[in-house]
Design a protein around this ligand. Structure first.
Ligand code: F6P
Length: 543
């Protein structure tokens, strides 16, 4: 239990002694604060100086990581130990981005690297054959559209990459369909030509109902277009660890790309699940994405905690979540192309760390997880940032800011960057009553008295800034991997398993009971609320 460590006790006392220190004071006392509280890695700048910490806080947090045994857990993950205890599996997403000639990684005594690279090469070759027109539709036409059907981890990772890497896009349009709400598949199909479209059914289990509903809709649409059954193999492919079921769906073996049971859905974009990214940006760029993630892995596994970016990110989260009792965490990419990043992180963090039992099945000792949300900057400044600045809640913020964009529309990019920096500064500094009054010097005394309190900001609101030179595949790979490792470190400190997700299953199970009841004549037998909802649905159908 983290609470039984000496470091936890020391952090509790340290929190009480320092809780009221303002970051303004910390910056004023140490003009070199930025120098000692930022890290760089292959052009990525991680500035964590705008946090409510001192060198002593960092020492204590690193002590906590040591005492918990983080180092040996990191090695266990890297070496393929079955750290996903709930499912008795390894968690080897890091192996997916290892070079082929790396030291062997053994799972049940077998080196998995040859298999990984075989599947990767197969997927990349298929993607390239679509891009360069070698793989055509059944009527010989060039493929123009690729529709990726998947949900959760089988959707968000590839989606954030395809969208973020728009500047590198090749000639095939990539679409995503995830929702069971038929509006999404209907609207997607409405603009496509079956002769020039390839569908990819992506499901680790090949049993997720949302994905299978959309897959059947796509297959029916293909058939309804009068195209030959034999052409299915040219228009459908699958990614799954349940290869046999994918074949039973009608997809031939050479169009099924294997996932491995030792990679969790939300950690899987580095596997064949990355196929839409491969189709969108091609082999060279996808390999750069893998190289970026691998560079972050190398840093994570080989850097002392005090200088280790993902470890620091996680320790800061623990500091706020468990000592300052923060109310959530927001992530803000100052990039329109990266606007799906918060959704990706929302699943990665909340599905991984939303646990109230330890890995061993005991109730957890401390609050775990956190409410993770976000929106692209600058839009969020005109939405929920008011609450961050002047609300009563503490919500640390991650700013992700590319230093350049491929577009050169006026000075819009400079404006965007300036806003990111300004928000971080405003959150940190706040505005005192005296400063507010000085701003209102031209107003009457009555107006000044009334308005000054409204215009004060408490400040002391923490943030991290991640600056990258541009949204390149390599940088994106580094960023995604940094957050993956952050989640792992948090899970290790809280003593929970961040690689399973039993909580999602119960609702799925109940939906299976309710769906047939929506059509039945007899009275539903649930609580009065659920019965009322079912009856209202039936009435609407009848009307
Ligand atoms: O949402 C629950 C979940 O199990 C996720 O963890 C997973 O990423 C998603 O469903 C999709 O699962 P599959 O890839 O098996 O279709």
């Amino acid at each position: 239990m983290p609470t039984s460590t000496a470091a936890w006790q020391a952090l509790t006392a340290h929190y009480q002694a320092t809780a009221n220190i303002h970051m303004r004071e910390l910056f004023a006392a140490d003009p070199q604060r930025f120098d000692t509280m930022h890290e760089t890695l292959h052009g990525l700048l991680f500035d964590y100086s705008k946090n409510r910490i001192s060198e002593e806080t960092l020492t204590l947090l690193c002590n906590l990581a040591e005492e918990i045994g983080l180092g040996s857990q990191m090695q266990a993950m890297k070496n393929g130990a079955k750290i996903n205890t709930g499912e008795n599996r390894a968690a080897l997403h890091t192996a997916l981005r290892l070079p082929e000639n790396a030291e062997p990684v053994l799972v049940d005594g077998e080196n998995i690297l040859p298999k990984i690279h075989l599947e990767l090469d197969r997927a990349l070759a298929f993607a390239e054959s679509i891009i360069n027109g070698v793989h055509t539709g059944t009527t010989g036409k060039r493929i123009t559209d690729f529709v990726h059907i998947g949900i959760g981890g089988s959707d968000l990772g590839p989606q954030v990459c395809v969208q973020s890497l728009k500047a590198y896009r090749k000639n095939v349009a990539v679409h995503f369909v995830s929702n069971a709400d038929d509006a999404e598949i209907a609207r997607t199909l409405a603009v496509l030509d079956p002769e020039t479209t390839v569908f990819c059914i992506a499901s680790k289990s090949f049993g997720t109902p949302e994905t299978l509903l959309n897959a059947h809709a796509a297959r029916n649409w293909y058939r309804d277009a009068g195209l030959p059954e034999s052409g299915i193999s040219r228009h459908f492919c699958a990614i799954s660890s349940n290869v046999d079921t994918a074949r039973n769906f009608g997809i031939p073996a050479d169009r099924v790309f294997a996932m491995f049971d030792w990679v969790g859905g939300r950690y899987s974009v580095w596997s064949a699940i990355g196929l839409p990214v491969m189709v969108a940006v091609g082999e060279t760029r996808f390999r750069e994405l893998l190289r970026g993630a691998h560079a972050m892995d190398e840093h994570f596994f080989n850097t002392p905690f005090r200088r280790n970016i993902p470890v620091l990110m996680a320790l800061l989260h623990v500091w706020y979540n468990n000592f300052h009792l923060s109310d959530g965490h927001t992530v803000v990419p100052y990039s329109h192309d990266m606007r799906r990043f918060p959704s990706w992180l929302n699943q990665l963090d909340m599905e991984s760390c939303g646990k109230s039992r330890t890995a061993g099945g005991q109730p957890v000792a401390v609050s775990t997880g956190g409410i993770v949300f976000g929106e692209e900057g600058v839009n969020c400044q005109h939405a929920y940032f008011q609450l961050l600045h002047q609300g009563t809640r503490l919500i640390p913020c991650d700013f992700i800011v590319p230093m350049t964009t491929p577009h050169r529309v006026g000075h819009q990019h400079r404006f965007t960057v300036a806003n990111a920096f300004a928000q971080a500064e405003a959150l940190m500094r706040g505005k005192t009553q005296t400063e507010a009054e000085a701003e209102l010097a031209n107003q009457s005394e009555a107006e000044c008295t009334a308005l000054a309190p409204q215009k004060t900001f408490p400040g002391n609101r923490p943030s991290n800034s991640f600056l990258i030179d541009k949204i390149s595949p390599f940088n994106l790979g580094m960023l995604l991997a940094a957050y993956e490792h952050k989640i792992f470190v948090q899970g290790t400190i809280w003593n929970i398993n961040p690689f399973d997700q039993w909580g999602v299953e119960y609702g799925k199970m109940l939906a299976k009971t309710i769906e047939p009841e929506l059509n039945l004549g007899h009275e539903p037998k649930h609580d009065s609320s659920t019965n009322g909802l079912i009856r209202f649905y039936r009435d609407c159908q009848e009307r």
